[in-house]
Design a protein around this ligand. Sequence first.
Ligand code: RB5
Length: 152
Amino acid sequence: MNKIAVGCDHAGSTLKNEIIQLLESAGLSVLDFGANGESSVDYPDFGAKVASAVSRKEVDRGILICGTGIGMSIVANKFKNVRAALCHDHFTAKASREHNDSNVLVLGGRVLSVDMAKEIVEIWLNTSYSGGRHDKRLKKILDIEESLERKR
Ligand code: RB5
């Protein structure tokens, strides 16, 4: 894992800059899809850019930040192959990797302290997917995505 896309809306811009620093000092190559600054923007525009890059496997993983993390989660999980996890604590960050093989981490910029957000990112980067019994569940998610595609 070395290429990671990040995106946010105005409510996540400050935290995004902190997270980019952390990612770069961990040696990762970061693709920043914006937004930048505090001017009001629409989270679907930025969530879609990151989720699309993950979906097309142009990057290994993505991180999205909005105020609550809820809007970005809704957007990202519309994309095939994307398993976006909204994490507010250590436990959900770890479980989202071990159980769900999450490939997009979603954070709430108005929910988390900067320190907690950084801890969540570190856990999420450094935890491996457990496989085993979880494989068949992820396969079922893929089956749902493919059956929906066929109906379009
Ligand atoms: C922006 O005010 C806010 O709605 C957005 O950042 C996010 O929390 C949406 O889910």
